[in-house]
Structures are given as C-alpha cells and as structure tokens.
Ligand binder design. Structure first.
Ligand code: KG4
Ligand code: ZN
Length: 440
C-alpha cells in the first residue's frame, strides 16, 4: 500500500532485526484501561535473557471508569487515543533515545502521512496529535551527542541500527475498541519509521511478568524455569489454568465458565459500595476483618465448582450469593462489609488452592506461574504459597513484582522480544485487533 514498507522491505527489516545481538523494542499496550508504552533493550535467550528498561510509561484510566463500576469501552478507546502520543513523547524524552525536537522532520513524506491518515481514519484526533508529533521528531535513535561522549559497549559493534528495531503491540485479547487504537497507532508508527511489527498476546505478557526478576532497578532477567509449568492467569477478563510443556507450547487445562475472577472482585466491590477497581478495595476490607478476627456463620459463601473433576472455574454464582446476602442484610455496617469481603476472598482462595493442587498432582508440574491483575492479591498469593511449601516442595512458585501484576508495556516488550526471535512479524496492513485471541 503506497509507500509503506513493501513486503520484501519488511522481510528485509525483519531479517536485519533478528541478526542484531541486542534489540531495542518499543511496546504498546491498550487492551483494557491502562495505556502503556515502554522501550527496552534486550538480548539473550530464555536462559540468559537480560533487558534494560529505557522507558516505561503508564497512564491508568481506572478513576474515570469508577462511575461505571467497570471499564466502559468507548471511554477507554477515547482515553487511549488521547494518551498514546503523550506517552510516546514522554517515553522518548525520558530515554537515551533522541527526539530531534529542534529539527524539522525530513523523513515523513506526504505519501506516508496519507497512509497514516488512512490507518487512523477512525481516530481523527489521534491522527492530528500524532502528525504534529511526527513532524517534530524523527525515527528514534541513540542520541549522537551522548554516544560520542560514551565509549560504545563491545556488544554494540555488530548492531546495524542504534535506534528502535521493532514495535511490539498487544493485539488481543481485550476490549476491541481499546485494542484497535493501540494496533492502529503501532501501524502508523511502523509506516512513519519503517519499523517491523510483532503482535503480542496480552496473556503471554502476563505469563512473562511472573518470570521477570529485577537484576537492579533498571534491568530484568528471567527466572530459571523447569517444565512442565502451570500458569494461573487471573485478571479482569480471564481466569485460566494453562499448562506449558516448554517455552512456547500452551495447553488450556481449564477456564472460567462465566465471570473472570477480577470481574467478580469488581462486581462484589460494587455491591459493597466500593470503588472500581474492586480487587484492592475488597482486599483491604478482608484484611481488616482478619485482623479483628471477625467471624460469623451467617456470612458463609459457596465455593463454586471446587470439587468438580476438572480445572474449570465459575464465579458468577459467588457474586450472586453476595447479592442475595446483601439484599437480606439491608444497609451494611462496616463490620458486615469487612466480613463479606473476607468470606469472598477466602472462597476465591479456597477454589484456587484446590484447583492448583489438582493440576500440579495430575500434570507433575515443576513450576507454578501466577499472572494478571489479581496476582496483586497478597492473601491469595500467600495461600497458594503455603500450599506449595506444604505439599509440593519441589515446585517453584513465581509471582510478578508488584509493578508488573497489572497491565503494563514492559511485559509486552519482553513477550514481543521472543516473538521477534521467532520471526512472528506481521505486515502492518494485515495486523488486526483480536478481542478473543487465545494462547493455545
Ligand atoms: O490484568 P489486569 O490489570 O487487566 C486485565 O487484563 O483484565 O487485571 C485487572 C483486574 C481487576 O478486575 C482488578 O480488580 C483486579 O485485577 N485486581 C485485584 C487486585 N488488584 C487488581 N484483584 C484482587 N486483589 C487485588 N489486590
Ligand atoms: Zn491484563
């Protein structure tokens, strides 16, 4: 299409990229209500992977969605469109990657702008902002002034490029309108800067978030993983138990039949008059109840599907049970809210520990990874951790660092890095958002 990189040019760019020892990746995440952009420099294979975080920017829309008790897709789309150019500018400005703000862009032809306008025809505001930004900066590259004053590290010798080598973009699963903004933004940048794109599965990002460990404040590596590994993926949109036989094979063992666990936390929070996102709010109340040792048999909630002979989950009945209880009790006192929160969190933890235990026994898994927004829940993590210590001493448990539990662009960059190594590039004009994308 027009002057966008031709398939052979893209292929050529892809081939160049995978021959580089170190890669700089710009990643974009807009699947739900977090807009995030990161730039990493990565190298190595799974066993010796290292990455330096050059920039990691995030804007959460959570407070805007509070009045809806959950994420409102059209609002999310509008906010992503507003946030993306801002975050990109910030990511470039905060990094060692130059933004030539004083120089007029000389590499953005009228033809490229026309293609970009076409790509962003459903996001006219984004097109306006991005075209201004693109006229102020050129393709991100290492600041030549700074690099002159610094001795080039030996492993830079083989580089064919000093700047960003590829774009990694979350193309699913998630809310379609939200995903499309990010996908189209990535396509536009790919045209402007002639960079190849790799799509990234958001859930694979969460899998990597569990394995990412900080070497120091700016550098991460991956934990050593023994296979088979189980991944318990628990977020606002997903609740899945996935078996990994190796780094790139995913088999779905079970999933929720109805609501995702994070969605249940959010809905129950709403029933208790708490703000979105509900997970942290419920958790705070539950902790208070435990501290006060509040207990009352009238607060017992069901543990749906806990004893079924499979790895599936169900959380909508649990939420309905809370609704019934709340209706019966009428206006809730603080203590009652705390007790319901505790019972709800206990019910979820009971279900997860039971299903995880069954899955480890049945599969002989040697590793358990927990990922997704609900992996920020300390109580659930502690319960699973106790189970592993007590019953499965040989299994290693990996929980994301706090800053990587929720949606973020760093995990997308890392998953993208391995997609680049596996040559999973997609031509920008073939790239689509896939709301129901799966891992398996
Ligand atoms: O992974 P994530 O940020 O977005 C999706 O991909 O869905 O997950 C968001 C979900 C929300 O439902 C939120 O309530 C839940 O994660 N969450 C928690 C906690 N922190 C966030 N749930 C339970 N306990 C928490 N501490
Ligand atoms: Zn997520």
């Amino acid at each position: 299409m027009g002057s966008s990189p031709t398939p052979s040019a893209l292929l050529l760019v892809s081939q160049i990229v995978i021959t580089i020892n170190r890669m700089k990746i710009l990643s974009i995440e807009t699947s739900c209500d977090e807009t995030a952009i990161s730039i990493i420099e990565a190298y190595g294979d799974y066993e010796d992977f290292q990455c330096k975080v050059i920039a990691n920017e995030l804007l959460s829309q959570a407070t805007l969605h509070t009045q809806y008790g959950g994420v409102f897709p059209t609002l999310a789309k509008r906010e992503h469109a507003k946030n993306l150019p801002q975050l990109l500018q910030k990511a470039l400005a905060n990094s060692e990657i130059i933004s030539h703000e004083s120089q007029p862009a000389n590499d953005l032809s009228k033809q490229k702008l026309k293609i970009i306008k076409n790509i962003l025809e459903r996001e006219p505001e984004l097109y306006l902002q991005l075209s201004v930004l693109l006229s102020q900066i050129t393709k991100p590259d290492i600041d030549p002034v700074r690099s002159k004053t610094q001795k080039a590290p030996a492993d830079f010798v083989n580089r064919t490029s000093n700047g960003v080598d590829a774009i990694a973009i979350t193309n699913g699963p998630g809310l379609a309108p939200a995903l499309w903004v990010g996908v189209n933004f990535a396509r536009a940048l790919s045209v402007a800067w002639e960079l190849p794109i790799v799509p990234v599965n958001h859930m694979e990002g969460h899998v990597f978030s569990a394995m990412l460990k900080k070497s120091d404040p700016k550098n991460y590596h991956l934990s050593h993983i023994n296979f088979p590994a189980l991944a318990l993926l628990i977020s606002g949109g997903h609740t899945e138990l996935v078996l990994m036989k190796d780094w790139s094979s995913y088999e779905l063992l079970g999933a929720t039949r109805d609501d995702a666990v994070g969605e249940a936390f959010d809905k129950v929070a709403r029933l208790l008059g708490l703000n979105y996102p509900g997970g942290p709010e419920i958790s705070k109340l539950a902790t208070k109840a435990r501290k006060k040792n509040l207990s009352d048999a009238s607060f017992v909630l069901p543990r749906p599907m806990i004893h079924t002979d499979d790895y599936n989950f169900s959380f909508s009945g649990l939420k309905t049970a809370v609704l019934t209880l709340v209706k019966k009790l009428g206006e809730l006192s603080e203590n009652q809210k705390q007790q319901i929160a505790r019972e709800f969190e206990d019910a979820v933890a009971d279900v997860f520990t039971t299903k995880v235990s069954k899955a480890i026994s049945d599969t002989g898994a040697q590793t358990l990874l927990i990922g997704g927004g609900v992996s920020a829940n300390t109580y659930i993590n502690n319960r699973i951790s106790k189970l592993i210590k007590k019953e499965y001493g040989g299994v290693s448990l990996h929980i994301p660092n706090k800053e990587l539990t929720g949606d973020n662009a760093l995990m997308i960059a890392v998953a993208g890095y391995f997609n680049i190594k596996a040559n999973k590039f997609v031509k920008q004009d073939n790239l689509t958002a896939e709301a129901n994308l799966t891992l398996y």
